[in-house]
Every structure is written in C-alpha cells, then in structure tokens.
Write a protein that binds this ligand. Sequence first.
Ligand SMILES: [Zn+2]
Length: 449
Amino acid sequence: MTRVISLSLLAALLAGCAAGPAKTPPGEPGVAAIEVRRATADAAALDAIATSYLRLSLEIGTHEPGYIDAYYGPAEIKAAAEAAPRDKVALLAATRALLAETDRTAQSLSDPLAKRRAAFLRAQLRAAETRLMMMEGTRFAFVDEAERLFGVRPQLKPLANYDAELAKIETLVPGEGPLAERVEAYLDAFTIPKDKLQPTFDAAIARCRGQSLAHIPMPADESFRLEFVTDKSWSGYNYYQGGYHSLIQVNTDLPIRLSRALDLGCHEGYPGHHLLNMKLEEKLVKGRGWTEFSVYPLYSPQSLIAEGSANYGIELSFPGEAKAATERDVLMPIAGIAVPADDRYWQLLAAIKRASGARLTIAQQYLDGEIDRPTAVALTQKYLLVSQPRAEQSVRFTDQYRSYVINYGLGEAMVRAHVERGRPSRDEMWRRMERIVSEPTLPSDLQTR
Ligand SMILES: [Zn+2]
C-alpha cells in the first residue's frame, strides 16, 4: 500500500513538473513517464468499461420499470439504448463479459482511487447480473439475494429478540386491546392536517437543509420540488433529475404524522438522497468525468449507501434532543398540533424505531416462503406497531422491492458505525458523511475504512 501510494504521488509530482530539467536521456521514457502513461491507460480502460456499463444499465432498464432510479447523462445515450435494447439473455452475457473485463483491468491498477472505481463498477455489474437472472425467473434465498444485489449479507435476528421492546412500548401506551391499535390511536393525535402539510414539510426541509449546509458545501443553484401523491407502495421518493435538481414526492394515501416531516426532509432531501446525488454529480460525473455515476440502477450496492446515509442523516442532523426540540418548538405550532406535556411521544417513537429491525426478519420469512401473506401482515402489525392498512402498505413494498428493505435498517447501522467509529468530533462525523456521499463508496468501504 505504501509503495503504491508513493509511486502514484511520484508520478503526480513529476507530471506537475514536466517543464523542469529532464534527467532521462532523450528518447528513453523515465519511470515517472511510464507511470503517467500507465495511469492514463488505466483511466481509459475504466472509462470504456463505464461507458459499456452505462449503456448496459439503460438497456436493462427497458425490461423493468423502476430499475433506473435516476439518469441525467446525455439524452441521446438513453434514446439509443431504448431504441434497440438487447434481450435479457444477451444482456446477461454482456454483463458477465464486462465483469470479466473489469476483473482483468483491476489486476493492473495501482492508484487507490482507480481501484475503488473498479471495485464499484464490479459490484454494480454483479448486482446487474443478479437482477437479470431474477428477471429470467431465478429465485435466490433472501440473504443471498440481498448480498448479490446490495453488497452485504444481512444477519437477521429472531423476532423474539424484539419482544422486550414491545413490553416497553406496552408500558408507554397501557390499556385494553391489541398494542398496535393503542399505539396508532395515541399517534393519531400527531397527524398533520392536510391543509398544513405543505408549510410543515417546507419548514422541516428548510431545517434539514440548514443543518447539512453548515457542514457540507452545496452547488449554489441546487433546488427541489415537493409534490404530494397517492397510490404508491412507498411513503416518500426522491427522483433526482440532474443539474442539482430533485423531485421529492410524499405519498398521502395514509394520514401523515408529524415525525415524517424531519424524517422525510433529511432522508429524501438533505443530507439524504438529494444531497448524495448532487455530490456524486458534482464530484464524480462533472469533476472526474466518471459517467457511470450519471445512472443509478435501483437494485445495486449504491442503494445501501443511499438509504443508509439518508436514514442516518436524520440522526446526524438532529442528534440527541434536537429532533424533539425542533418538532415541539417549530413544527407542531406550524401543523397546529397540541404540544404534549411530557416526552412520552418521543420515547414511544424511539422504542418503535428500535423494534423496526423486525421488518427485515418478517420480509425474509415472507419472501423465503416460511410464512404466508396474512401472517406477514399480522407480524408487521405486531412488531412495527401499525394499523392493518399501514401493514398492508409495508408488505406491498416488500412484494415490489423484496430484499431492498435491508438497505434502510442495515444501511443505517453500517453508516452509523463508520461515521461514529472512535467517537470523533461532530465536525469529523460530518466530514466522514461528506466522503460517503461524494466518493465511489461501497458497503465494504464502510466496514474497512
Ligand atoms: Zn430512500
């Protein structure tokens, strides 16, 4: 590692001093010149792989709606891919050939950043291969599917591990009848009235943006549009449109509670999806010309980084009591919600979040055929403390996105462990977050770097 770094440093230094006195006899390239040429050849090889990967991803996208979460490269590349997409069998073969080429290229790389770029492309291609196999009918076990698509093998806890948390929630919302119903009835008092949704979300997103902007520089012309929609399996979505602009949608099928405001503002906005996409566009697509980042295939390790950083971004922006204080002092008055006299509301939300890991186990049991759909809905009601309609929406999400659910809870835990390793200062925590969302970060980078 030391040798590799010093060689590339040497190459960079000497490249910057090209006008200095020549120490190599005319006609014979020096070590530094050879290194520079090699780095240029490596970059060209990776650029070619990136171009093929981009085209491949857009073609795969024609076979599955929603596969391409974002694309903001040249419109003619997308138009060409969509005009004559290869069939799935041909795309699978092309993906495997490109994987092999990436492996060959990676063997000769010495520059650490080039290695990370190759590793990223490799992981994305592996996910594309897996998704194509799934489109062709292959079914993987839940943990295998998650590992192949998102780059990490989840370790799932038995549902009984969450029973102690349910017992705590029981003491917070005592009474008769099923616990989930009592929790829902209690939380209904914190529903944002429909006519207050816009001002409440505007205020929340502005606060999330302010927190992020204090630590992470953003392009001056960045912006987003907020829309309220219905009939979706998700509760919020960010459609990144390039040029530092996002469309953020909020699903209003079910009543929206106050806690969603800061959660959504940070998750879909800042420092979540909108900020991550902006930093990738600014630093990698425009800054380095790495075209592979102008496309974002949903079923890929990129999603673990995106969902993990978006979820952890809530806590990073509003640590400790800051979230409750902002909700109590700013958002509840805007939404016209009566401020509670004690902190039971926030204690309850924290306990519900701790129990929410059960969602992964329920999804695994359901998708692996160990439990049927009504049981999955019932377990979701029990462990996620939600009404039947909310549980149905959760299982509908699992039907549609399958093992994608690991990206939220597991991704968040991995980002938290990486950002908080060694108890750093808050400034250093934000610097780590900025690196995660500005570099070709893979789930494995969070565990080792
Ligand atoms: Zn998300």
